[in-house]
Design a protein around this ligand. Structure first.
Ligand code: BG6
Length: 469
């Protein structure tokens, strides 16, 4: 749809940027922090571990000063569960509480709204040893953890995100490093884990409303429009299959408290249905989100399944569909360019994704990730000319504006990432930040912070409330 008049961004729009604890903080075993599944996992060869990351734990004041200089209105970060409870449950670690108290206070002193992800891939390893999300006790541990977060930080945090990319943990746990290699009957178990996470999320949403009546809470999956490779009806059906399995299963459960019927029939067909105990569906219905947060990097294109093993690729990740026999085949989209890391670039798909979510759920939307991973080059005089990133973000912001004009209630945009950090599975060289961190994959150098060209550009975007892009 063409619009003659383009609506401006709302006055109180949350211009932000994002990170996650394990990818940015470092200090992986300091001040009482316990190990998480990420700390104990294997890292792909040639890529950094997460022990030091960007050393944000020790440099958060300097970093927040830079965020303030960039003009951020919001900062979306995650709390490491293992800093609050080293074993996921049990005794509270006061030093962990103190760290996040200081971080939140520092943000507020700069008028930056904290947007807190409660759990971003880094499940406490002690819980994993007891079965992780396969074990229903993890639901109770998460509820207890949520209660602690609301109790200690709920007076100041107004935006909470329950679980980051639950759908990617279910579909691509191997790539992002959350998959327990010892699981038997993998797919079935993953959907059982998913069911438990849905229960945990519903409980947290209910609890948040009871304990922090002025706060808002929502899920944060990775959502994207799914295109059929052609107008052939079979391709269109394949896209509908994948959309239900990848997107709507998670959001229907979060918003309506029920399973998406197409995703459910898929699980039945494959023998993946979770065990649902009496009372579970009531629990799901009891938690309601105030908004939907979602991460968007790219769209996905699929074709009709050939119903043979060739439907499945050998690898995949958050943005590269693996495919599944009898359901859909992941294909590339000939109309889209790709990043250096093979993810398709689709700003218009961002507008369609916003419109689709808006139409299905009619809730405020908050974009919690969007960005370009690239091999940035530090030039003479501490300069990083990341025009490609500016170009990527500009095109997405333009589409966000069009989506607002289309009628979408978009309340904020938090690109990934505020500062360089370690990628989930492609190391430190895959950079996303507005701020360069001077380290290599294995050589930590001096970790000094350098403002990239995109830093200055984003500052102008925010200052002009999205008019000057
Ligand atoms: C999202 C995650 O999937 O994508 C982030 O929530 C992640 O944790 C981001 O870093 C970019 O992916 P990657 O694999 O390039 O780090």
């Amino acid at each position: 749809m063409y619009h003659e008049f383009i609506k401006p961004f709302p006055k109180d729009f949350l211009w932000g940027a994002s990170t996650s604890a394990y990818q940015v903080e470092g200090a992986w075993d300091e001040d009482g922090k316990g190990p998480s599944v990420i700390d104990m996992g294997k890292h792909p060869e040639g890529t950094s571990d997460f022990k030091v990351a960007s050393d944000h734990y020790h440099r958060y004041k300097e970093d927040i000063a830079l965020f303030a200089e960039m003009g951020l209105k919001a900062y979306r970060f995650s709390i490491a569960w293992t800093r609050i409870y080293s074993k996921g449950i049990g005794e509270i670690n006061e030093k962990g509480i103190a760290f996040y108290n200081d971080l939140i206070n520092e943000l507020l002193s700069h008028n930056i709204e904290p947007i807190v992800t409660m759990y971003h891939f880094d499940l406490p390893y002690a819980l994993q040893e007891k079965g992780g999300w396969s074990n229903r006790e993890t639901v109770d541990a998460y509820e207890n953890y949520a209660k602690t977060l609301f109790k200690y930080f709920g007076d100041r945090v107004k935006y909470w995100l329950t679980i980051n990319e639950q759908n990617m943990m279910t579909l691509h746990g191997a790539a992002i490093g959350t998959l327990d290699p010892n699981i038997e009957n993998l797919q079935k178990e993953l959907y059982q884990q998913n069911h438990h996470m849905l229960l945990a999320q519903a409980k947290a949403m209910k609890l948040c409303h009871e304990m922090c009546p002025n706060a808002k809470i929502g899920p944060a999956p990775n959502i994207t429009s799914i295109y059929p490779v052609s107008s052939k009806p079979e391709d269109v059906l394949a896209a509908s299959n994948f959309s239900s399995i990848r997107n709507w299963l998670y959001l229907d459960a979060a918003v309506f408290g029920r399973y998406n019927s197409i995703a459910w029939s898929y699980m039945e067909e494959k023998g993946y249905t979770p065990v649902i105990q009496e009372g579970d569906m009531e629990i799901l219905k009891s938690g309601k989100p105030d908004f939907i947060a979602f991460n968007y990097y790219s769209t996905s294109t699929v074709a009709e399944s050939k119903n043979d093993p060739s439907d499945k690729n050998s690898t995949g990740d958050q943005q590269i569909a693996i495919g599944e026999q009898g359901v859909y085949r992941g294909v590339s989209n000939p109309y889209l360019e790709k990043t250096e890391f093979g993810w398709e670039i689709d700003p218009i798909g961002f507008r369609s994704t916003l419109r689709e979510i808006n139409e299905r759920y009619n809730l405020p939307l908050l974009v919690t990730e969007n960005g370009l991973g690239a091999y940035d080059k530090l030039e003479e005089g501490d300069v990083v000319n990341d025009d490609y990133r500016i170009n990527f973000l500009r095109k997405h912001i333009e589409q966000a504006k069009l989506a607002i004009t289309d009628g979408v209630n978009l309340i904020g945009y938090c690109p990934w990432s505020a500062i360089d950090l370690v990628s989930t599975h492609q190391g430190f060289s895959k950079r996303y930040g507005f701020i360069y961190v001077n380290r290599d994959e294995f050589d930590l150098k001096d970790l000094r912070r350098i403002k990239k060209k995109s830093f200055y550009w984003y500052k102008d975007v925010i200052e002009s409330n999205g008019e000057k892009i």
